[in-house]
Design a protein around this ligand. Structure first.
Ligand code: CTP
Ligand code: MN
Ligand code: MN
Length: 508
């Protein structure tokens, strides 16, 4: 056993305050004498703090490098009032006069105005994390803003890519993946839901007290959180990462076309490396797996946004050559604002005639093949039926016509040089998914293909809370016994009685 590490999260341990090379302003530069600002580095980072300090000082604000008695305004970013108070308590120097606890937006507005602006509720940081009580009197003199109860459904939470609990969510993502490899669905779901709810929190969990009132955190999950708070890591995660089965499955499933069944087979046969698998004469591979091995290096290196945009231009060019009125939308992770993806997903739909639509994907494939832009493709024909009820299974595949392919992206199609492209490399293999849907189903398809756990919870919510069935094709109201039409994602949320959640808030 390793000796327990002291967590950098542990509130007991005092962290050294890094001041960097911040220079204090000389007294004559200060325009607003009775305002003494201290900017909290925690979660903001050294460089942003230095940048804001510099800007504020240029405008005549007194910004202190060190926390002292004289500080009147403490400015923080991505911290709640409780976070700041907790941080203050750990510091040896106590601010004796109760300073104002403010969000960085206040300082930015002051800098913009060139003078102190009025502090309103939107600037003041919330103290106390009571998710059920909107009139929680915190220890602050400022009135706390009402904090809503966190829903057990991801579709009732806003989850941006700004994850304050990555140390915990990484752990649960690994545990969930391990359960998936072991086909332990219940535990997989438990860990996925825990990771998902933690990703939506606007603060970092630093003590077990912070987990109170948060749904989807059972005793098993809480035990892991506690261990990470205390030791900085989870022994269970550590043993999963060292587990031979986990490592092998992780490796095997990184090959395009290799799923759990194939991984299981190779693992049982005693394979532990890809080179051994590839050189084994007795094994036969599918066409998809052969392509997966052939372009392995490119496909495991993630797709950047610049690459996705370049692919997008080419997809639109090709689609519009045959269907000029078609709508082409990038969906999946990139629509949710991710900077990297494992593939690029597109939804294509056209208000025009359905016959042209049916031929479109094949025509695009033929065109790309002729141009040498296609390394692999698998066209799946539509099994869509207008009157079919939506599927109750949250992870059921849809019935639209689609194409899973590997695109050969030429370097000259990129606007800027990409760090992942070595010199001399003239093209990169990129996984692309194209989906074609009937025009009147585009809102459902878009919602479904924008994805993440969010979308699964939306379907779960529809079933359990609204007696409706939602999938990538339609929304059916069981009480009214009718399909509910929608022209946009907003309308689907409205049918479900939910507040609209933007795509970049769906990173559950
Ligand atoms: N999807 C689907 N049917 C498939 C494959 C994918 O409905 N046969 C949906 C998934 O449910 C998901 C979305 O398409 O909601 C995007 O899937 P995917 O590309 O796998 O994930 P991303 O969220 O885009 O993440 P990444 O960046 O890793 O690609
Ligand atoms: Mn994707
Ligand atoms: Mn995809």
């Amino acid at each position: 056993m390793d000796p327990p590490r002291t967590s950098h999260l542990s509130p007991r341990k005092k962290r050294p305050r890094q001041m960097g090379a911040l220079m204090a302003s000389s007294p004559q530069d200060i325009k607003f004498q009775d305002l003494v600002v201290f900017i909290l580095e925690k979660k903001m980072g050294t460089s942003r703090r230095a940048f804001l300090t510099e800007l504020a000082r240029r405008k005549g604000f007194r910004v202190e490098n060190e926390l002292s008695d004289s500080v009147t305004h403490i400015v923080a970013e991505n911290n709640s009032g409780s976070d700041v108070l907790e941080w203050l308590q750990v510091q040896k120097i106590q601010a004796s006069s109760q300073p104002e606890l403010l969000d960085v937006s206040w300082l930015i507005e002051c800098i913009g105005a060139g003078k102190p602006v009025e502090m309103t509720g939107k600037h003041q940081l919330v103290v106390g994390r009571d998710y059920s009580d909107s009139t929680n009197p915190g220890p602050l003199k400022t009135p706390p803003i009402a904090v809503q109860k966190i829903s057990q459904y991801a579709c009732q939470r806003r989850t941006t890519l700004n994850n304050f609990n990555q140390i915990f969510t990484d752990a649960f993502d690994i545990l969930a993946e391990n359960c998936e490899f072991r086909e332990n669905e219940d535990s997989c779901l438990t860990f996925m839901r825990a990771a998902s709810v933690l990703k939506s929190l606007p603060f970092t969990i630093i003590s077990m007290k912070d987990t109170e009132g948060i749904p989807c955190l059972g005793s098993k999950v809480k035990g892991i959180i506690e261990e990470i708070i205390e030791d900085g890591e989870s022994s269970e995660v550590k043993s999963v990462l060292n587990d031979e089965r986990y490592q092998s499955f992780k490796l095997f499933t990184s090959v395009f076309g290799v799923g759990l069944k194939t991984s299981e087979k190779w693992f049982r046969m005693g394979f532990r490396t890809l080179s051994k698998v590839r050189s084994e004469k007795s094994l036969t591979f599918t066409r998809m797996q052969r392509a997966g091995f052939l372009y392995y290096e490119d496909l495991v290196s993630c797709v950047t946004r610049a690459e996705a945009e370049a692919v997008s231009v080419l997809v639109k060019e090709a689609v519009w050559a045959f269907l000029p009125d078609a709508f082409v939308t990038m969906t999946g992770g990139f629509r949710r604002g991710k900077k990297m993806g494992h593939d690029v997903d597109f939804l294509i739909t056209s208000p025009g005639s359905t016959e042209d639509e049916e031929q479109l994907l094949q025509k695009v494939m033929n065109l790309w093949e002729k141009k040498g832009l296609l390394l692999y493709y698998d066209l799946v024909e539509s099994t869509f039926e207008k009157l079919r009820l939506p599927s109750r299974k949250v992870d059921a595949l849809d019935h639209f016509q689609k194409c899973f392919l590997i695109f050969k992206l030429p370097r000259q199609r990129l606007d800027s040089d990409q760090p992942s492209w070595q010199e001399g490399k003239t093209w990169k293999a990129i996984r692309v998914d194209l989906v074609m849907c009937p025009y009147e189903r585009r809102a459902f398809a878009l919602l479904g293909w924008t994805g993440s756990r969010f979308e699964r919870d939306l379907r779960r919510y529809a079933t359990h809370e609204r007696k409706m069935i939602l999938d990538n094709h339609a929304l059916y109201d069981k009480t009214k016994r009718m399909f509910l039409k929608a022209e946009s994602e907003e309308e689907i949320f409205a049918h479900l009685g939910l507040d609209y959640i933007e795509p970049w808030e769906r990173n559950a």
